[in-house]
Design a protein around this ligand. Structure first.
Ligand code: AMO
Length: 434
């Protein structure tokens, strides 16, 4: 639109054309105010009924809320207006009239349940506090990319339609691929590993992962955004350092560039980037600390995975981001390397927020014979993965990496109650559209 001025740029003395949505109309009798909203903010438009053309007043005050209009007029200082300025209109153009019945109220005066909000995301994102989540999400991804650049990584994109799963067979979404069975990829795991053996060495990917999780929970999605890292010549401790850098950078980017958004969410005072190094607890330490609280019905024993409840108990004990290292080999996937001096213990790690797991990673098995053995032990057919394993015969460096759940990072950062709040159009058991 030619000559359009954003509402926040409209300064006293200017003649402007502002365009956006009718947020509110307040008719006080002789005088009426229309509040116009655009992506930058809101501006007051003043109608003095006796002094203005009747048609202009009628157009401006009879328009339905949430209609798209443009207003041309002079901007003046007005301390009583919400932003300190107001526009006296010369013309009002109704560009797209809204239905009087709205499925949800973007002014937020009437609360809507999450399903209604998700069904009407366009209207939902007209609310400052909802829009703020997605502005912050964009900032997180920008900061994360920047952090990967600090680490000299190359961004890659790998296939989402694949022939085999990697993260457990029951969570796969099968699809038909020209008459052949195929799946939506659960993780870029094998592809990112293949790239550390290429000339690229250190890579990252930000992309969708697909998990056919059986149950709806507040922290699981069927399509999530994974932030994946993999580096040649890294061990698991170096991978953890990189993980810390990336997560901290995401927080710092938001703290630095999203003050208005944090304010819209009421988080401006409490938001802070994690300070200091993330504590690194071994799995054994973790079990001991959980068991010592006596809060679980049954104490955990070596080889148990951590239940949601166990994660909460430990999260409360630690109270900040932390790693759990040295997991039992038997509960980590085939691609995770065991410690050289004890094959019962793996180099696998998880990075936790006090409320949930955010990251899994580890050093990888790069020795061909051990890798093939690992497949067999997990009941997977190494031949189905030949495209992957064979590259381990042609010079594969030791390497390590991790995968970070993008929505969980945003959810925990902003204290959202449901992971769906951090996704525009979530996919879960009930939700395939929009
Ligand atoms: P994992 O399966 O633990 O590891 O996934 C890594 C991280 O991705 C996020 N995540 C999810 N978020 C929302 N909904 C889901 N259904 C979901 N599933 C996973 C979590 C989790 O910690 N290949 C390995 C990573 C690696 O070793 O590099 C992997 O996929 O935050």
């Amino acid at each position: 639109m030619e000559n359009r001025t954003y509402t926040t740029d409209a300064a006293p003395g200017d003649t402007v054309t502002v365009a956006g949505w009718v947020h509110e109309i307040r008719d006080l009798g002789g005088i009426a105010f229309l509040i116009l909203r655009d992506t930058t903010g809101k501006i007051q438009v003043k109608f003095e009924k006796d002094e203005m053309d009747d048609d202009l007043v009628e157009t401006g005050l009879n328009v339905q809320r949430e209609s798209v209009i443009s207003v041309t007029g002079d901007v003046e200082e007005e301390p009583r207006a919400p932003t300190g300025v107001e526009v006296t209109p010369e013309s009002v153009d109704v560009i797209s009239e809204a239905d009087p019945e709205l499925p949800l109220d973007p002014s937020g005066k009437v609360d809507a349940e999450l399903p209604t909000r998700l069904d009407n995301r366009t209207l939902d994102l007209r609310k400052d506090e909802v829009k703020a989540i997605f502005e912050i999400r964009a900032e997180v991804l920008r900061s994360v990319r920047e952090a990967f650049r600090d680490l000299n990584c190359t961004e890659i994109n790998t296939p989402k339609i694949v022939a085999t799963g990697t993260e457990g067979g029951t969570e796969l979404f099968p699809i038909t691929y020209f008459g052949q069975e195929a799946f939506m990829n659960q993780s870029p795991q094998l592809f990112k590993q293949l790239m550390v053996g290429s000339g690229l060495e250190r890579v990252f990917e930000i992309g969708p992962i697909f998990r056919a999780e059986e149950h709806n929970t507040p922290r699981h999605l069927n399509e999530a955004t994974s932030i994946d890292f993999e580096s040649a010549f890294y061990d698991h401790t170096e991978a953890m350092d990189a993980c810390e850098h990336v997560v901290r950078s995401a927080y710092e980017g938001v703290a630095e560039n999203c003050q208005d958004e944090l304010e819209a969410l009421g988080l401006e005072d409490e938001f802070a980037a994690p300070e200091g190094d993330f504590p690194r607890l071994t799995y054994e330490d973790a079990l001991n600390r959980i068991n010592a609280t006596g809060e679980l019905d049954e104490p955990l024993v070596w080889g148990d995975d951590l239940s949601t409840e166990a994660e909460h108990v430990l999260g409360q004990e630690v109270g900040e981001h932390y790693f759990i290292t040295d997991w039992p080999s038997e509960i980590k996937p085939f691609y995770i390397k065991d410690h050289d001096d004890d094959e019962e213990v793996s180099t696998g790690f998880d990075m936790m927020h006090p409320s949930m797991e955010l990251v899994s990673g580890g050093q990888r098995e790069h020795r061909f014979d051990h890798l093939v053995e690992g497949f067999e032990q997990q009941g997977l057919d190494p031949e189905a993965f030949e495209y992957y394993t064979k590259m381990f015969k042609y010079g594969m460096p030791p390497h390590a990496g991790w995968g970070l759940g993008g929505e969980r990072l945003i959810m925990t950062m902003l204290g959202l109650e449901n992971i769906r709040e951090a996704v525009l159009f979530p996919r879960d058991r009930q939700r395939l559209s929009p």
